[in-house]
Ligand binder design. Structure first.
Ligand code: B12
Ligand code: SF4
Length: 499
């Protein structure tokens, strides 16, 4: 038999989202091949479930979606077990991790094919080829081993998103109730995760989207996005939306059209954007967005330091000044800007690395003064293989190396690397990392994120007051009392678990 099992490894402890990555892949084979999904987020013992399904003998292909970080903890050992117990099963990995780290994935001997970027065409074509014993070397977006060589087939142009089949929500619902994928968040009681565009037209040198999409972007039309959302709202009662697009707001026209359509539905929503792009949006568009339910937007601010922005290849028009002015402008529209920063980029000397960190700590405090509602997300620069970029070359020159064995990726050090909290980059000393993390703890204490809905007013006030003793005099070292409160109250960092 030739059924397909699609597996979504566990990615979060709670508030599970619709597994859009494998649902897209399921849509690509719907009606042609029988498929099922195992969602590691929704199963107590996902491997047992996989094993049980494979024992039926009905399945011939297992597809994994894999992002770096916690998903690897199930992806790696599960793939190894499948290989051992069911050697005839073809194992295919897709998603950001295998696309960027294909060498270590394929040479592990556990994975037969990597889908390099979008799988909507390449996956069904690969299965067709394997089923009919046809050659697959002309199928685009594939990576595999042939003899001693790793073969990468050509990349496909980005697909017109409106031409793709609709996601099989009803079938997903018959396997895992959609109801439980609509979680309570800051935005609403039943929040839907939706992905309305792929890629991103920019090429920031620290970003994993770049090697995959090579500065290309394609979006579904506003009308299609609206009708999908309306379907889920009417059928399962979604009342808020998290847009998971890398860059939802690329087109002002599409954003405005979507806002007009969604406004009467009274749903709150969130998405990711660039400051320089949105700085150019008209006042009337920003006002419409807010009216249409847009409550909070995630922006890659990255740094207030113009030289670092250049190093990060942030596009040329984003400067410290633009970032600060935009935080001020967002106050008028009552939309919360969620600014993310990337600290700890390489520099010529350790002193310079430290100066950059200090500069951005002061800059973040300045942003908070300008618009105290700005949410801050702090990442530490964890290289991604943006081959040819100056930043990645600098990282390599300074001795940075990715793991050479697949299993190494699940060691605690590399997991922290993936979480962009404690990267193993040679130019960052433990003291510098402590400085960044301690500042983050104090900042999150003084300004607890609004997206953690379990923190009540009392807890917010208490932690704000305690952290204020440090924040106001720039004393960040050893913030144990704040850490204790965070632990006690299970403070939720949106960048790790979502909100
Ligand atoms: C939703 C999301 C999460 C959710 C979890 C999602 C879930 N499934 O439960 C949460 C919030 C938990 C999360 C957390 C993290 N995430 Co995350 N996440 C995303 C996000 C926003 C959307 C993923 C998605 O649903 N895409 C929609 C689908 C349609 O697109 P896709 O995955 O690319 O799938 C296509 C192809 O890749 C391919 N494909 C994918 N899977 C498969 C499988 C098969 C078999 C095949 C054939 C093809 C295939 O075909 C698909 C259709 O064309 C992406 C960014 C993005 N916009 O994609 C980041 C992203 C994947 N996350 C990322 C990271 C780093 C993380 C974290 C590890 C760290 C962090 N601090 O952000 C954490 C921790 C992860 C954890 N706990 O496991 C990075 C990965 C970067 C990298 N270095 O590779 C991304 C790219 C964000 C970014 N721009 O940096 N994340
Ligand atoms: S704008 Fe954002 S998604 Fe696009 S390349 Fe830069 S960091 Fe990546």
């Amino acid at each position: 038999m030739n059924r397909i099992l699609l597996f979504n490894p566990r990615s979060a402890i709670a508030k599970h989202r619709i597994p859009n990555s494998i649902l897209n892949i399921a849509a690509s084979v719907e009606g042609k091949y029988e498929w099922t999904i195992v969602d590691g987020n929704r199963e107590e013992s996902p491997y047992e479930r996989i094993h049980e399904l494979l024992l039926t003998g009905l399945y011939k292909y297992v597809g994994f979606t894999v992002m770096p970080g916690p998903q690897l903890k199930q992806a790696i050992p599960f793939a190894q077990s499948i290989r051992k117990h069911f050697p005839n099963i073809t194992i295919i990995w897709g998603g950001y991790f295998p696309t960027n780290q294909y060498k270590v994935v394929l040479t592990s001997g556990t994975v037969d094919f990597v889908i390099n970027g979008p799988g909507d065409h390449s996956f069904p074509r690969l299965i067709d080829a394997l089923e009919n014993n046809l050659p697959y070397e002309f199928i685009k977006n594939l990576i595999y081993i042939s003899g001693d060589n790793i073969i990468k087939t050509v990349k496909e142009d980005l697909i017109e998103q409106d031409s793709l089949p609709r996601l099989p929500y009803d079938k997903l619902n018959s396997i895992y109730s959609i109801d439980k994928y609509l979680g309570k968040t800051f935005l609403g009681e039943r929040t839907l995760a939706y992905h309305s565009s792929i890629g991103c037209p920019f090429s920031c040198s620290f970003c994993a989207v770049v090697p995959t999409y090579e500065a290309r972007w394609k979006a579904k039309s506003a009308q299609l996005v609206y009708s999908d959302i309306k379907y889920i709202k009417d059928k399962w009662g979604a009342d808020a939306i998290e847009f998971h697009d890398n860059n939802f707001f690329v087109s002002e026209k599409r954003t405005v059209e979507f806002s007009r359509l969604i406004r009467p539905e009274k749903m709150n929503w969130w998405g990711m954007a660039r400051i320089d792009t949105m700085s150019k949006f008209k006042d009337s568009s920003l006002a419409l967005l807010r009216e249409a339910g847009c409550r909070i937007i995630f922006f890659g601010a990255e740094s207030g330091n113009d030289a670092v922005l250049k190093q990060l290849n942030k596009g040329g028009t984003q400067t410290g000044e633009v970032i600060a002015a935009f935080a001020e402008r967002m106050k008028r529209f009552d939309i919360i800007p969620e600014y993310s920063f990337v600290l700890g980029t390489p520099a010529a000397t350790p002193e310079q690395v430290e100066q950059q960190i200090d500069f951005d700590i002061s800059f973040i405090k300045k942003i908070k003064q300008i618009n105290p509602k700005t949410e801050i997300v702090l990442y530490t620069y964890s290289p991604v293989p943006t081959e040819g970029s100056e930043l990645y070359n600098q990282a390599l020159e300074q001795g940075f190396k990715f793991p050479q064995k697949l299993e190494e990726w699940i060691s605690p050090q590399w997991e922290n690397f993936d979480l962009r909290k404690n990267p193993l980059t040679p130019w960052l000393t433990p003291k510098m990392i402590d400085k960044i993390r301690n500042f983050e703890t104090v900042l999150n204490g003084y300004y607890p994120t609004v997206t953690d809905i379990r923190l009540n007013t009392f807890k917010r006030k208490a932690i704000h007051m305690i952290a204020g003793l440090r924040y106001n005099i720039n004393m960040y070292k050893y913030p144990y009392e704040i850490k204790l409160l965070h632990r006690m109250w299970k403070y939720r960092q949106p960048e790790i678990q979502g909100f």
